[in-house]
Design a protein around this ligand. Sequence first.
Ligand SMILES: Cc1cc2nc3c(=O)[nH]c(=O)nc-3n(C[C@H](O)[C@H](O)[C@H](O)COP(=O)(O)O)c2cc1C
Length: 315
Amino acid sequence: MHGRPDSSGAAARPAFGAAGGCRSRHVTSIALITAFLAQRSLRLCYAQAANATITARFAPQEASPTVPSPAFANPEMRPLQLRDVTVANRVWMSPMAQYSAPADGKPTDWHLVHYGARAVGGAGLIMIEATAVGPSHRCTAADLGLWNEEQAAAHRRLTSFLSEQGAVPAIQLQAAGRKGSHKLPWDGLGQNDPVHVGDGGWDTIAPSAVPFGDLSLPQEASHADIDRIVADFAHSAKMAHHAGYQVVEIQASHGYILHAFLSPLSNHRTDEYGGTLQNRMRFPLGPGRSTGVPGGEAGLRPYHSHGLGRRWHLY
Ligand SMILES: Cc1cc2nc3c(=O)[nH]c(=O)nc-3n(C[C@H](O)[C@H](O)[C@H](O)COP(=O)(O)O)c2cc1C
């Protein structure tokens, strides 16, 4: 089943269980949440965690010395302090792209219900899906965006509700690079189906002029492009702060532009941004350094291969 544009400009969602039903797999995946504890990952089934979380919410703060609370016996149910940010527990919702925003990139009722429901369930931190730091950094025309004040105002409705439920509102910021300008997952070949400039797509850039699969040929990023992308991340982090987000995660994973610089498979450069691991990390670390906002936290999500060994977060 293919998505159809509705009156808001967002693509209609396929029915659950539709042939090739990415959405139904998606909903199943939403049941998975990832809790990151310091530098190691704990993965929990949401269904299991929900019981423990509800217990934790109503359990006394001090567990009895003789009969320990089953919730507080689990380290993942204890609060976590990240400088000025206190997270009620280590059950965090992973960023999962919804491809459900209208053309202006603002969150809608879909996002409020989707993320709000997990906050009501007791997750300590909700990481909003990969959100583009500029129009040319989107994967699809239905990506969330955060590069102007109007978008920040629309995100505030989301952050207010998450905060009211006791969850820390967090957002993943992204620049797609050579994986940009493709169709929605349930349209045609989805992430392998390019949308060309003449059909409403946009030009993409990458460390080297090497395409990703069947997507369009990207341009090699100039030094000016690199500086602009770092500035785009910094601006978007400022907008995130205005919107009420307490944590920003820089997407440096899954083949998007920061990861593409990290990987020797996509980075064939011979300047100071290519070659050695140190050179390949130079650009990806730039947005992390530039996104600091008072009272907030910035993290980086690198991919778990190509020399880094595993996923880690920098705080
Ligand atoms: C539908 C869907 C959308 C996703 N979108 C994002 C995303 O926006 N950003 C991101 O870093 N990871 C994204 N992921 C990956 C998840 O955050 C998470 O890492 C993954 O589901 C858990 O990996 P596992 O399969 O190894 O448990 C997405 C995963 C799914 C299933």
